[in-house]
Design a protein around this ligand. Structure first.
Ligand code: LLP
Length: 432
């Protein structure tokens, strides 16, 4: 009935998340409110991890992509599940460090890391740095030499795979700002240079072909291409690449019509291709790393809003305005992403209207969605938007100087605040 498995309706007709009444959560913690179900996060972590155990003999690591959703408590939960972490900025690294995350299990990504960030990563013993381009390799070699260090690195590779997803979140193709191109020989030249470096150790190759991908075939194709490159490196340079990192990108259900494949199927199929291709190419099977972000965080989250104005424009549309919008969920204005919404205090009633849900920013495109099936919503109702656990809080802004909502984690019938609601005072915190 619902897009996320942890959602239900109780005897009052209220929407529940992880068994907790969302209307009561909204009353207690205020709105807008991000609600994350810790058990959903943990179970996704376990499913990814056990699929590597089951299909690839445990030879690999699941690195949660923190860009989907990061805060101290999320890092603690991810660490306690034994996962690694993919971090992309000094802020994400710092959050992990302060949460006590094992730094050796972190991969540091980014297409334009600053010297300050590289130094921070080396100083704090980050497990591996995913080098994006040749000038970064040279800068890192210099920084590591100055510090008498020798960090492990991977190379970000564009495998030339076209995954069918929104063009802003497609990253595997040659026209992309991320990584080294295979087709042009750029990647091979870079590998040649890296193996000669004294202050970095090239241990792996990474690719990430895009996000919200439903089809497993592009992942299999990317794995094959990467393995062919690993074989070329072995044949030409006699050098062994130990890790194949296949990135993230697994699609999740936002709408009832979405039909994502179970993660287990992904690992089953990809492991098979890796084993078979390694056999054919006569190379050692590398460890497989994956970097799921959305598929761990998104299904765990809902956002609760209070409905304000209801505006019926005859024969045009009905606007339902909420007390948040593009500042807490910019995915509609950026990608026209679709969501499922429910009036939390009328969750047992039929969705007999189609409405446009609007935010409160001074921007006409500030919508949560158009043509959304919904129960009849009026001022004072609580609106729940589902599957907002990824790329919502992490992409939120203070546009219009709107304070950011709180984030709560729910688990076993208990709720706790993990990120406090911003206040107007926070808005001027750095102003002088
Ligand atoms: N690894 C790398 C190198 C990435 O660039 C990304 C996402 C991931 C892993 C995690 O991908 P996921 O499993 O979450 O799909 N803001 C967009 C998504 C951008 C994804 C960027 N990279 C959105 O809201 O749809």
């Amino acid at each position: 009935m619902f897009v996320s498995e942890n959602l239900n309706v109780n005897e009052k007709g209220h929407l529940t998340a992880g068994g907790m009444d969302t209307v009561e959560l909204a009353e207690k913690y205020g709105t807008p409110l991000y609600v994350m179900d810790e058990q959903v996060i943990r179970s996704a972590c376990r499913r990814f991890k056990s699929s590597i155990d089951k299909y690839y003999g445990g030879k690999g690591l699941v690195c949660y992509a923190g860009k989907a959703f990061s805060c101290l408590e999320m890092c603690r939960v991810i660490a306690s599940e034994g996962l690694g972490l993919d971090a992309v900025s000094i802020g994400e690294l710092y959050t992990a460090l302060k949460a006590g995350f094992p730094m050796e299990k972190i991969g540091f990504h980014g297409n334009n890391k600053t010297d300050e960030e590289l130094e921070f990563a080396v100083d704090n013993g980050v497990g591996h740095i995913v080098v994006d381009n040749i000038s970064e390799l040279r800068r890192l070699e210099r920084i590591a030499a100055e510090k008498n260090a020798c960090p492990d690195i991977m190379f970000r590779i564009k495998p030339g795979i076209d995954a069918h997803t929104h063009k802003f979140i497609m990253t595997g193709q040659i026209d992309s700002k991320f990584g080294f191109a295979l087709e042009t020989g750029e990647a091979f030249e870079a590998v040649k240079e890296a193996v000669e470096c004294k202050n970095v150790k090239l241990s792996g190759l990474e690719c990430h072909i895009g996000s919200q991908i439903f089809d497993i075939t592009p992942f299999e194709k990317a794995a094959e291409k990467m393995l062919e490159f690993i074989a070329e490196i072995k044949a030409e340079l006699g050098y062994d690449i130990e890790i194949l990192d296949l990135g993230g990108g697994f699609g999740i259900r936002y709408l009832e019509s979405d039909d994502p494949k179970p993660f287990e199927e992904y690992m089953e199929r990809v492991s098979k291709v890796v084993k078979q291709t390694c056999g054919e190419l006569g190379i050692t099977q590398p460890a497989i790393f994956i970097e799921p972000g959305r598929s761990i965080a998104a299904p765990a989250g809902i956002t609760l809003y209070t409905v304000g104005a209801r505006k019926e424009i005859p024969e045009i549309r009905t606007y339902i305005s909420v007390d948040g919008g593009m500042t807490d969920n910019p995915r509609y204005i950026l990608y026209q992403s679709e969501y499922t919404a429910i009036v939390a205090n009328k969750a047992g009633e039929p969705k007999d209207e189609k409405v446009t849900i609007a935010g409160k920013c001074c921007e006409s495109g500030d919508l949560i969605g158009e043509n959304m099936p919904l129960q009849h919503a009026e001022s004072g109702d609580i609106l729940a938007v589902c599957a907002t656990g990824a790329y919502n809080y992490s992409m939120s802004s203070n546009y219009n100087r709107i304070p950011k909502p709180a984030v709560i984690f729910i688990s076993n019938g208990e709720a706790r605040v993990v990120v406090k609601r911003e206040t107007p005072e926070d808005i001027i915190r750095n102003d002088i």
